[in-house]
Design a protein around this ligand. Structure first.
Ligand code: NAD
Length: 370
């Protein structure tokens, strides 16, 4: 691979820099042993940027993000900045990145590592070996549709309303992402809506069906109503490979799927934008968890969600499936050998610090991958 792919690293606040520190060690390992070299540029976002520049994201950092092949993000926020006005809050930095990069496809994998099968609230046989990916449309639908509001009716009662709305291009672009990514996995897409009761659902289903026939016939496609999908996710989640759905249903289904895996410290995510002329998609990879102020500075945060975000970056932005697999195998090996940070500790396992988890991952990589 050419060594000139640009990654912007934004560790952020709280445990963000702590977990990112361990991922930087893994990035260095890959540069040294696997010739996976990136030009890394580190910037400030969130409270860290507020303290230094008075804004949660400077225009320069925003420009760096637009220019990067991928952004690797930590987490932002903390009690220090809680009383600031809404437009100054650390979280505005992340929202600005998502908006200006036009990240319309949110990817949330639910992967169950064998040694953590007991952490799920479901029976081991239901979740063992689980590996599914939910793709949620992130910039349209009922959270943004107009008209929306609360109005007072002539009789003094009130009426609250939102509009669920999708256009053909909005559906096509997120479905394109789903089909493209399914090809890098097990080649199966389930498209989820409520075409039985919603017009936007009828259009969603028709559009995905037409797109499939026109461009993606090599990928298996199925359709499912959202309520049934929620049920199927807890009944037999292993039937799914890639699920693609709208903003509202994706919000709920991805949280539901996340809990199949058991722990917040183990959940990565990615958000992708439209491809440019060269086919490169803007992309931001981040753990699902926040800045965890309650444990920040203690050296006990679990770095694995951030590390899995890096693995997703290798797989989805750079087509380096073998290297991504190597990261995932190293994680699996370390967990199987009984090393756990406090959040995933269990009887019989050794509780390790953030840095010791990093050491263990590097050691596993040495044994697996050179
Ligand atoms: P949180 O995810 O930061 O923490 C929830 C709980 O999970 C805490 O008890 C925390 O200690 C634990 N936890 C989270 N990640 C962990 C990890 N890697 N290892 C071990 N334990 C972990 O959510 P919160 O407490 O609701 O929010 C804290 C701050 O983070 C707030 O300022 C919030 O706005 C911000 N936040 C930021 C993001 C983001 O940057 N994308 C996302 C969510 C919350």
């Amino acid at each position: 691979m050419a060594a000139n792919k640009k990654i912007l690293v934004l560790p952020g606040d709280g445990i963000g820099p702590e977990v990112m520190g361990q991922v930087r060690r893994v990035v260095d390992w890959f540069a040294k042993h696997r010739a996976v070299g990136f030009d890394l540029n580190e910037g400030l976002c969130g409270g860290a940027a507020l303290d230094k520049h008075g804004t949660p994201l400077t225009d320069e950092t925003m420009a760096d993000a637009m220019d990067a092949d991928a952004v690797l993000f930590g987490s932002v926020g903390g009690p220090k900045w809680d009383d600031l006005p809404f437009e100054k809050k650390p979280e505005r930095g992340l929202l600005r990145l998502r908006k200006e990069m036009d990240l319309f496809a949110n990817l949330r994998p639910a992967v169950v590592f064998d040694p953590l099968v007991g952490a799920s609230s479901l029976k081991p046989e239901i979740v063992q070996g689980l590996d599914l990916l939910i793709i949620r449309e992130l910039t349209g639908g009922v959270y943004f549709g107009e008209p929306r509001g609360i109005e007072t009716l002539p009789d003094g009662t009130k009426r609250g309303f939102d509009t669920q709305v999708y256009t053909t291009p909005e559906i096509e672009r997120v479905a394109d992402v789903a089909f493209d990514l399914a090809r890098k996995r097990r080649n199966k897409v389930t498209s989820v809506e409520k075409a039985n009761v919603m017009h936007s659902g009828v259009l969603w289903r028709q559009t995905v069906t037409d797109l499939h026939a026109a461009k993606h016939k090599d990928v298996e496609l199925g359709h499912m109503y959202a309520d049934n999908c929620a049920m199927q996710l807890v009944r037999w989640p292993k039937q799914f490979d890639v699920i693609v759905t709208d903003n509202l249903f994706g919000d709920m289904l991805s949280d539901c799927a996340a809990m199949l895996t058991g722990s917040l410290g183990m959940l990565p995510s990615a958000s992708l934008g439209a491809p440019d002329a060269t086919g490169r998609r803007r992309a931001l990879y981040e753990p699902v968890h926040g800045s965890a102020p309650d444990i920040a500075g203690k050296g006990i945060a679990n770095p694995l969600a951030e590390l899995m975000s890096y693995s997703m970056m290798l797989r989805y932005s750079f087509d380096l499936a073998e290297d991504a697999d190597l990261v995932d195998q190293a994680i699996s090996k370390v967990l199987a050998e009984g090393k756990r940070t406090a959040d995933i500790a269990e009887a019989g396992a050794t509780t390790v610090s953030t840095g010791q988890m990093g050491d263990a991952i590097l050691d596993a990589l040495d044994r697996l991958g050179r």
